[in-house]
Design a protein around this ligand. Structure first.
Ligand SMILES: CC(C)(COP(=O)(O)OP(=O)(O)OC[C@H]1O[C@@H](n2cnc3c(N)ncnc32)[C@H](O)[C@@H]1OP(=O)(O)O)[C@@H](O)C(=O)NCCC(=O)NCCS
Length: 235
């Protein structure tokens, strides 16, 4: 989904803009994932997550060579991640062999607007607000989850996360139902701006809903030893 004009936007993304975007994203993301509160570090934030394959992540507003090379040199713990705004090819050049690229995301933002949510026949929507987290599920008539999503709230910012539609139910408008329901509930909670990091498929959906692509988010991690990866996959 690399659209025409995307590179122009990346060229125009200054480190200051990147720092602002990251700051907007991390607090709500941490709420959504029930992770520790983001701690400011040089170039961005550190977030404690505490899961075997995702112990901790650093989220950086730009591909600052000194900062990334310093992290790469100092860190050797499997399950630590770095996410940084900037193109993957440039990010790769800053990594040591211990680190593995983990795909890139698309940071997007929107001004939240009340959505008219049209639920296709045969489905129903459940929206729950759990403290500062909103959880939406679209259910089939048999009560199975067909689509889902959640939002972490951080003041005026709502970070959409874990959005998905089960394969058999895709392209029926359910992704739009999830996003519209999340946006309406977030507005009810006082949020005004939406931020998220999208997959390529997610980006295609969010563009149709009026979201704006703001920059690529490259990711890398130190992989777990193979036996631990298997245990994580089955556990
Ligand atoms: C991305 C995802 C949530 C979309 O869910 P969905 O229920 O199929 O989305 P909708 O039916 O509401 O799509 C609405 C519109 O968005 C666009 N769109 C959605 N998915 C698209 C895709 N894979 N490719 C191109 N356009 C897409 C289309 O314009 C679509 O309208 P159309 O079907 O009339 O062409 C779903 O494909 C998915 O779960 N993918 C795997 C997990 C994932 O990547 N989640 C997003 C994380 S950020």
């Amino acid at each position: 989904m690399t659209g025409v004009g995307e590179d122009d936007e990346l060229d125009g993304l200054t480190a200051a803009t990147g720092a602002g975007l990251i700051a907007d994203w991390v607090y709500g993301w941490a709420v959504s994932r029930e992770a520790g509160r983001p701690v400011a570090v040089r170039g961005g934030f550190r977030i404690e997550i505490g899961r075997p394959g995702h112990v901790r992540r650093y989220v950086l507003g730009s591909l600052d060579r000194d900062i990334i090379r310093d992290l790469v040199r100092r860190i050797d713990t499997p399950g630590v991640w770095i996410k940084a705004i900037g193109p993957e090819a440039e990010f790769r050049a800053l990594l040591s062999p211990a680190w593995e690229l983990a795909g890139s995301g698309h940071l997007m933002t929107t001004s939240l607007r009340r959505a008219v949510v049209r639920v296709p026949d045969g489905y129903s929507v459940q929206t729950r607000v759990e403290r500062n987290r909103i959880v939406v599920q679209v259910l089939t008539g048999a009560g199975e989850v067909a689509a889902f999503g959640q939002t972490g709230l951080a003041g005026a910012i709502a970070v959409a996360d874990h959005i998905g539609t089960e394969e058999a139910h895709r392209r029926r408008g359910l992704g739009g139902v999830v996003m519209g329901s999340l946006a309406n509930a977030a507005l009810d909670q006082g949020a005004r701006k939406g931020v998220l990091a999208a997959t390529a498929e997610g980006k295609a959906l969010y563009l149709t809903l009026g979201w704006t692509f703001r920059g690529c988010l490259s990711g890398a991690w130190i992989p777990l030893p193979e036996q631990e990866q298997n245990a994580t996959a089955t556990g």
